[in-house]
Design a protein around this ligand. Structure first.
Ligand code: AMP
Ligand code: MG
Length: 426
């Protein structure tokens, strides 16, 4: 990469998206682990694998409400020659049968109850006819029928989930199964959010000429919430170099990651590059071959990351999802830090050229059983309405043009808990 400041003048050299993503994740250093209570584990990244501490189920149990029998007592049962069984008791889930079944005996048994000694099959209620002493059946049952076997789900010692996985409700169920009242997770980075721009108003302020309300700050906070990442909002700052530098310094003291929006273009008041220089932060890149968000800038200072996202709302949104999200997840050792993706059919023509990789805020839905993705309306980098409508981003690789309705495209899914398949970045 060319020097970013050459002889004091400011130089930008665009790099491909995948290089930029790799540069960022390559600088995302783990920040250590901590122990959390199971009830607080949701949204963390596992720092230890989940190893089965016992078989699941831990004992052979009934898969239905019915009767526990010895299969051999039903061997010759048929319509003309029903097997007659005597019921000697009832076993509810959590209870244990009092004694071993003898010839032609059965226990009434409920779903999940441990099989009584001697029993090797469950007869479902609907297959029985009640008698004075118990029931009759008109067909034979085989050993093992309708039983949920010890260890059929997991066996003691199995590595079930690797470290690095996102903890979602299913993961929590597994942890609870094995009695993890606490679990080792990766520490979450502290993130600061700063919105820059003299034109910015707070959400409760009335519009005045030349001013707009700050939408990026609240949006970024929402994106962090969606990742279950704590953040500190440093509010808005005016385009004043000294004041801005101080706020970024304060944010750096308080956090592992500082995300700013605005001030990274080449305008007279775009101070972020100068702030990075003053702080001695190393700029990883300051131009990416993508639309929107080509001015996205990322810098490192020690183990801390500074994301200089564009002020344009769509560019800011995209920059967070493409760069900040995987960096945050990588810091936590997550093994699937990229947005989940899938293939979709394009819902409408997109004739524009794509000199840079294009990310289009879009909506996917099923049409006649096929995934169809269409741009979510006005789609320039300054658009805010299409972010609100979109549930995915269509990716059109650089160097392409002339996309027509029905062509296959890659889409990045938004709002998923965590990726299961890493996106292959074009
Ligand atoms: P900048 O990146 O600072 O040059 O800003 C690019 C465009 O995004 C300008 O039109 C800004 O007014 C607008 N913008 C900057 N920051 C925000 C923000 N926090 N919320 C909404 N729009 C913004
Ligand atoms: Mg600005």
């Amino acid at each position: 990469m060319a020097a970013i400041f050459e002889g004091g003048s400011f130089v930008r050299q665009a790099i491909p998206v995948h290089e930029a993503v790799q540069l960022v994740t390559g600088h995302a250093r783990p920040i250590g682990n901590e122990t959390v209570k199971l009830q607080d584990a949701y949204g963390h990244i596992l720092a230890e694998p989940i190893v089965a501490k016992h078989d699941v189920p831990p004992f052979n149990r009934s898969a239905y409400d019915g009767f526990a029998v010895r299969a051999k007592d039903t061997l010759n049962a048929e319509e003309e020659n029903p097997a007659m069984l005597e019921v000697i008791g009832s076993i509810g889930a959590g209870e244990v049968g009092e004694r071993e079944l003898k010839e032609n005996e059965a226990y009434r048994i409920m779903t999940g109850a441990i099989l009584p000694e001697g029993a090797d099959a469950i007869v479902m209620i609907e297959d029985t006819t009640e008698t004075d002493a118990g029931f009759s059946i008109q067909k034979s049952f085989q050993a093992g029928q309708n039983i949920s076997y010890q260890g059929e789900d997991a066996q003691v010692g199995d590595v079930l989930i690797d470290a690095g996985a996102f903890i979602h409700p299913g993961t929590i169920a597994l942890l609870a199964t094995f009695g993890y009242s606490e679990v080792q997770v990766a520490k979450k980075p502290n993130v600061s959010v700063i919105s820059t721009g003299t034109e910015l108003l707070d959400v409760n302020e009335e519009l005045t000429p030349g001013k707009i309300r700050n939408s990026n700050g609240p949006m970024l906070e929402g994106q962090l919430k969606r990742l279950n990442i704590p953040y500190t909002s440093f509010g808005m700052m005016e385009d004043d170099l000294d004041a801005c530098t101080k706020i970024v310094e304060r944010a750096l003291e308080a956090s592992d990651i500082v995300i700013t929006t605005g001030g990274v273009s080449v305008g007279d008041f775009d101070y972020l590059p100068e702030i990075y220089k003053r702080l001695g932060a190393k700029v990883l890149f300051n131009k990416v071959m993508m639309r929107p968000g080509s001015v996205t800038t990322v810098a490192v200072l020690g183990n801390k990351l500074l994301f200089g996202l564009s002020g344009n709302p769509s560019a800011c949104f995209t920059g967070f999802e493409l760069f900040a999200r995987p960096a945050i997840l990588s810091m936590m050792g997550n093994t699937t830090p990229y947005l989940p993706h899938m293939t979709a059919y394009l819902g409408e023509d997109f004739p524009k050229k794509n000199p840079f990789t294009r990310f289009i805020r879009a909506t996917w839905k099923l049409v006649d059983g096929q995934v169809m993705a269409s741009p979510a309306g006005f789609n320039k980098s300054n658009a805010v309405s299409s972010i609100a409508r979109g549930n995915c981003m269509i990716v059109l690789p650089s160097g392409t043009e002339g996309y027509e309705k029905g062509m296959e495209v890659d889409i990045l899914l938004l709002g998923q808990e965590n990726g299961v398949a890493s996106w292959k970045i074009p």
